[in-house]
Design a protein around this ligand. Structure first.
Ligand SMILES: [Zn+2]
Length: 256
C-alpha cells in the first residue's frame, strides 16, 4: 500500500523514479518516518491508496531517498492514479479540519462514512465541500485572449477564470464571467476537460468559447492587462502544470 505524506500542508514526500517522475512511497519504505510522525487522521486503508499523514518538523527522512515536491507541481510528475489519491486525501484533510460543527445547530459532527459526517442533533449528513470554478479560452479567428488577473503573483498571462455562482449552469458562468471581466460577448461555448484543484475545495472546469462581439475592456478590476495573441507571438505563460496551461497548449498545437 502506498502513502501520501503531506509535509507543511502543501508538499508531498515522493520517491523519485526518473527525471521529473515520481510515485507515492510504499508503506514499508517509510516505516521509520511513519513511526516519527503524528497521524492527522486515519482513513479506511482498503479504499484509498494510502492515508495522509503530516510530517512533524523533527521527522528525518534524509536516509530514505524521498524528495519534497509541491502538491500542485506533482500533477505532472505522478501517475494519474497516485495524483487522484493525493487530491482526494488533501481535500479530506481540509474537510476534517474545517467542517467540524453542524451549521444548523452547532453540534459536533461525527464521522460516519469515509466521506460523510452526521450531526447527532438534527441527523443531517454532510459531505466534503466542493466549489466549481471555470477557466475559458476565447478565440477570435487565429487569436486567443490571454489575461493577467490581479490575484496572480507571477507576471504571466493566462485564461479568464471565475467561480460558479449559486443557481447558474457552468455555461452561464462562462458567459457571465467573460462579460463581467472583459466586456465581450461569446458563443459556441464548449467543454474541454476538468481538474481537481484541492487548494482548497475547488473543481476547475475548462471551456473554449468563440468571440462574437464587443470591445475589450477590463471593467471590474479583476483583470489588469491582456489581449488577443497569435500562436507565434505568445506572452509569458504559467509554467505550473494547470488546466489553463493544458488548454492554451492544445490551442497552440492546433488541436482544438
Ligand atoms: Zn445538526
Amino acid at each position: 500500500m502506498r502513502k501520501a505524506i503531506i509535509e507543511g500542508g502543501d508538499h508531498l514526500l515522493l520517491v523519485p523514479v526518473a527525471e521529473g517522475e515520481y510515485r507515492l512511497p510504499e508503506i514499508d519504505e517509510v516505516t521509520d518516518l511513519v513511526d516519527s510522525v503524528a497521524a492527522e487522521e486515519t482513513f479506511a486503508a482498503g479504499t484509498y491508496t494510502g492515508f495522509p499523514i503530516e510530517k512533524t518538523a523533527t521527522a528525518d527522512y534524509s536516509g530514505l531517498g524521498l524528495q519534497s515536491v509541491g502538491v500542485r507541481e506533482a500533477w505532472n510528475m505522478l501517475p494519474a492514479d497516485d495524483y487522484t489519491a493525493v487530491t482526494k486525501l488533501t481535500e479530506l484533510l481540509n474537510w476534517n479540519r474545517e467542517q467540524r460543527f453542524c451549521p444548523a445547530d452547532g453540534k459536533a459532527l461525527r464521522r460516519e462514512g469515509e466521506i460523510s459526517k452526521r450531526c447527532p442533533g438534527c441527523g443531517k449528513e454532510y459531505f466534503p465541500l466542493l466549489f466549481p470554478a471555470i477557466v475559458v479560452l476565447i478565440t477570435k479567428g487565429e487569436e486567443a485572449l490571454l489575461v493577467h488577473a490581479r490575484t496572480l503573483k507571477r507576471p504571466v498571462l493566462t485564461l479568464v477564470a471565475g467561480f460558479v455562482e449559486t443557481g447558474e449552469s457552468l455555461e452561464e458562468c462562462v458567459i457571465r464571467e467573460i462579460r463581467e471581466e472583459t466586456s465581450l460577448e461569446v458563443d459556441d461555448v464548449r467543454y474541454f476537460g476538468s481538474q481537481s484543484w484541492p487548494f482548497p475545495h475547488q473543481l476547475m472546469v475548462g471551456f473554449t468559447a468563440r468571440y462574437r462581439s464587443g470591445a475589450l475592456r477590463f471593467a471590474d478590476g479583476e483583470i489588469t492587462e491582456g489581449g488577443f495573441f497569435t500562436r507565434d507571438n505568445l506572452p509569458l505563460l504559467p509554467t505550473m502544470p494547470s488546466l489553463s496551461r493544458r488548454i492554451i497548449d492544445a490551442w497552440a498545437a492546433g488541436e482544438l
